[in-house]
Write a protein that binds this ligand. Structure first.
Ligand SMILES: Nc1ncnc2c1ncn2[C@@H]1O[C@H](COP(=O)(O)OP(=O)(O)O)[C@@H](O)[C@H]1O
Ligand SMILES: [Mg+2]
Length: 369
């Protein structure tokens, strides 16, 4: 049988690292050939984080980052191909999500901006590259996010069961899937506020296993103020990003509450906010399975998972139980999406992003030089 190998790249809103997956779709069951994670060079990561929190974008800085990231993605793919002893001619396509800098689905002229130029990747490698996955969904009236629920249904839907998949990245998104139905949205922050607070308090890039949050106490006044944000009251379709739930959002909440707060109590409260906003959304969904499958970096935050578990009273598992590594599910998803795009498949995203027409997810960049 002829190989049908695609490489998927994901750099989520956390900007923690690049996840890469090489997947062979030649058989009915997809075959994961290799998974690898690449650290984003420090200087690049810092500039990405600054840009995604900035109120005004600096156009020349963004362009510079777009090229640097495009080159970094290309080098990572070359390394992956080499590590797996593949020949680049065996790779049918690349799906590169890109690094989100701004997500503005509700602006007068809505857009979602990902950088890491897909044309550059295509040119550097001589492999068809699919990128800008969110643009046409937004043009069709959708939020442009989340898009992974279509993949969740493809690989996880089970006849007669309504399954819940929860991805805790920078932002948390959920998918409700059955063979009949598909629905999904962003419930609010995942790790993004906790990561920001860690960095601000020189505790590292994230709260390892949630131990810092565990050492603090939830401040009820702050939690009540934060959960009162309009985002949590909106009906789906809805999507958000760390350009909204960011340091200035958090400092504004702390300021409004006007109490003396210990840094670890703030961290405990942020973990609680992620758990509470997710559980409020999950508890509203009817007739779902007693199991919830988690993926994303948040699955390593044991304190957070415990808080979620207490609130949703369901069996919490990871997607590993369903055969997919929770740390690489999204990278695998973008390999699959690249194949769907190059196979000319459109998706009905109405119940996920709210788009009005069936759309292609992703634009194709053919090698130009
Ligand atoms: N050992 C850990 N303990 C707590 N949190 C972790 C751990 N490992 C990863 N994370 C969290 O997961 C995040 C990365 O998750 P990821 O799914 O890659 O998100 P994104 O899709 O936004 O890049 C990190 O920024 C961190 O907050
Ligand atoms: Mg990540």
């Amino acid at each position: 049988m002829v190989d049908s190998i695609y490489i998927g790249l994901m750099t989520g809103t956390s900007a923690d690292s690049l996840d890469c997956a090489a997947v062979n779709f030649s058989k009915k069951e997809m075959n994961i050939i290799g998974l690898k994670n690449y650290d984003i060079p420090n200087a690049l990561r810092q500039k990405i984080q600054e840009s995604s929190q900035a109120l005004e974008l600096n156009q020349s800085l963004i362009k510079d980052l777009d090229i640097k990231l495009g080159n970094f993605f290309s080098e990572s793919i070359k390394d992956l191909i080499k590590t797996l002893s593949l020949d680049k001619n065996q790779v049918s396509g690349i799906g590169s999500h890109g690094q989100t800098i701004k997500h503005e689905p509700n602006a007068e002229n809505p857009y979602s901006m990902q950088i890491g130029d897909p044309q550059l990747i295509s040119n550097n490698l001589g492999i068809k590259t699919v990128g800008r996955f969110r643009d046409d969904d937004i043009l069709a009236g959708g939020q442009g996010a989340p898009i992974s629920p279509v993949f969740h249904r493809e690989v996880f839907a089970q006849t007669g069961e309504k399954r819940l998949i929860v991805n805790i990245g920078g932002i948390t998104n959920i998918s409700v899937i059955s063979d009949q139905e598909i629905m999904g949205f962003d419930t609010g922050p995942g790790n993004c506020l906790m990561d920001t607070w860690c960095r601000k308090n020189l505790k590292g890039d994230f709260d390892d296993e949630g131990n810092w949050a565990k050492s603090g106490e939830v401040n009820k006044t702050l939690l009540d103020f934060m959960i009162d944000d309009n985002y949590f009251k909106k009906e789906h379709p809805k999507s958000t990003g760390p350009d909204y739930f960011n340091e200035s959002w958090l400092l504004n909440c702390i300021n409004e509450v006007d109490q003396d707060l210990n840094a670890n109590d703030v961290q405990a409260t942020l973990a609680e906010l992620t758990a509470l906003s997710l559980s409020m959304s999950l508890n509203e969904i009817e007739d779902v399975s007693e199991k919830v499958y988690f993926c994303g970096g948040g699955t390593h935050n044991l304190h957070l998972l415990k808080r979620i578990n207490l609130k949703i009273k369901k069996t919490c598992l990871t997607t590993q139980e369903l055969g997919i590594d929770p740390d690489y599910l999204e990278a695998i998803c973008f390999a699959w999406l690249a194949k769907q795009r190059l196979d000319d498949r459109k998706f009905d995203m109405q119940n996920i992003t709210g788009s009005k027409k069936a759309v292609y997810l992703g634009r194709v960049f053919l090698p130009a030089i």
